[in-house]
Design a protein around this ligand. Structure first.
Ligand code: KIV
Ligand code: ZN
Length: 513
């Protein structure tokens, strides 16, 4: 009989800590709905005390999600825990995840606390959390570089105080599989009350070992894995959900556990997160990369045609790869459009947003006869923007580009309700358009990344553009899609400018207690 492996998704919290990956409330709700559809057990929806915006997103997700536990992160202090407790209040099942650092370097240099003070603070934190929920997770930040005797001591105390899940993060991605597994095994053996809690792992990918470390820990007794879609996360990222889930499922001969994840929802989740955050998925990425099931060499193709399992250990359709499915066309009505959006887990929260999205769908269908699910996701990404996030709107754009001449662009923007015109020349049509926009906005932001991807195949495909801008401490990604890549680029640039405009200051998750 297999034991249950809890899948704890932290795309909306640790994933969002990737530079520029910050998401709006509406985007977070869409991701949370997809995670629920995929049947992850726990959704870490954010860090409530980080900003009023984060609080609000967690609160809304707690209201919307019924089939997954909704969790908020909190440092081990009273204010953070109260914010987390309030944010998860509407949840059918809510969890508070509190943490404090336990490694000598973090305690001494960052917290400036003695080990005794750290234990005392952790125990107090559990007490505050219990006023809101019985489902309490405790993390020993930088456990991967902490002393095992100290970990045993603090874990025993927080379990006595009421923690129900104990997480052992390899915060800086320093561990290697055998050693990390040994830490988990020792903790389970040595902590006297270890059998009353779920042991959890949270691995970062600095040495490319996050998935290997997590899986080794599962073999040693861990029964919760914290992971993210596409491995998004701080620095080199977190363990990737799709790889953990598919490893456990594909090698069920080896792993004594199973998950409840609906694996056919993996690729849609991956595409959604990539589209929203602007982090593309590398083609050779396991499970969700475009080439993960593509066979190039003749020998492989021949083998697969004769018997699929000669070169494939998983079935593409089991993780949600489908042939591009023609879903709608020029003659589809508003109802068919709305129904397909619902099937994709996309709920537009007002008739106005639906009408605007439908109008853009009709425009798109005129230019591009076949509309696929991917097109709908892109189209709706552009539409799910609330008015306060849309300070700058594209009204008109024109670009002249001919051989031997400098490209020249003209744009009209609606800036907070007032139409403004700008024009500029540039190295190419996109460069000229961005300069024309800047002649109006004058943001002074630095362009860190500009990338274009075709959403589907064919020269009439929509181009999906990601633009990453930096201004002061802030880094944001903007997305835009259109069959005309200059317009897609302008939308993407404006989307990033709108994010810079709606300032959201967050406290650092890994700061003081
Ligand atoms: O990496 C880490 O230690 C974390 C904790 C807050 C769990 O993300
Ligand atoms: Zn982390």
């Amino acid at each position: 009989m297999k034991q249950h492996l809890v899948i704890f998704d932290t795309t909306l919290r640790d994933g969002e800590q990737s530079p520029g990956a910050s998401m709006t409330k509406e985007e977070k709700i869409r991701v949370a709905r997809q995670l629920e559809k995929m049947r992850v057990d726990v959704i870490e929806a954010g860090f409530a005390a980080a900003s009023p915006g984060d609080f609000d997103s967690i609160h809304s997700i707690a209201q919307a999600i019924k089939d997954s536990t909704v969790c908020s992160l909190a440092r081990a202090n009273e204010n953070d825990i109260r914010r987390a407790g309030e944010a998860i209040k509407p949840a059918k099942s809510g969890r508070i995840h509190t943490f404090i650092a336990t490694s000598p370097i973090h305690m001494e240099k960052k917290l400036r606390m003695t080990p005794d003070q750290v234990v005392e603070q952790a125990v107090k934190a559990i007490g505050w959390a219990r006023q809101y929920t019985d489902d309490i997770e405790f993390s020993a930040e930088d456990a991967g570089r902490s002393e095992i005797d100290f970990l045993c001591r603090i874990f025993e105390e927080v379990i006595k105080a009421g923690a129900t899940t104990i997480n052992v993060p390899d915060t800086v991605g320093y561990n290697i599989p055998q050693q990390y597994a040994d830490t988990i095994r020792q903790l389970i053996e040595r902590v006297p009350n270890s059998d009353t809690v779920v042991w959890s792992v949270h691995c970062h990918n600095d040495l490319g070992l996050a998935v290997a470390n997590s899986l080794a820990a599962v073999m040693a007794g861990a029964r919760q894995v914290e992971c993210t879609i596409n491995g998004l996360g701080e620095r080199a990222g977190n363990a990737s959900l799709e790889e953990i889930v598919m490893a456990v499922r594909t090698r069920s001969d080896v792993f004594p556990v199973e998950t409840r994840v609906e694996t056919t929802q993996i690729v849609p989740a991956s595409k959604l997160v990539s589209q929203i955050t602007g982090y593309p998925v590398q083609p050779n990425k396991a499970v969700v990369g475009a080439n993960a099931f593509a066979h190039e060499s003749g020998i492989h193709q021949d083998g697969v045609l004769k018997h699929r399992e000669t070169y494939e250990i998983m079935r593409a359709q089991d993780v949600g790869w489908t042939q591009n499915k023609l879903v709608l066309g020029k003659h589809s009505g508003r109802n068919a459009f709305k129904t397909r959006l619902s099937e994709l887990g996309i709920e537009l929260d007002s008739d106005e947003a639906l009408n605007a999205a439908f109008a853009r769908f009709k425009e798109l269908a005129d230019k591009k006869h076949e509309i696929f699910d991917e097109d709908l996701h892109a189209l709706v990404s552009d539409e799910v923007v609330t008015p306060d996030q849309e300070h700058y709107k594209l009204v008109y754009s024109q670009v002249c580009s001919e051989t031997g001449e400098l490209p020249f662009a003209k744009v009209i923007l609606n800036v907070g309700g007032v139409e403004k015109k700008g024009e500029a020349g540039g190295g190419g049509p996109v460069d000229a358009t961005f300069k024309a926009i800047e002649s109006i906005v004058g943001s002074g932001a630095e362009l860190l990344l500009y990338s274009v991807n075709a959403i589907t195949t064919g020269t009439d495909a929509q181009g999906e553009v990601t633009t990453r801008l930096a201004k002061g401490e802030r880094i944001v990604n903007g997305n835009g899609a259109d069959t005309d890549i200059v317009i897609a680029s302008a939308r993407s640039y404006l989307n990033a400018l709108n994010k810079l405009h709606s300032s959201r200051d967050k406290v650092k998750a890994q700061g003081d207690v």
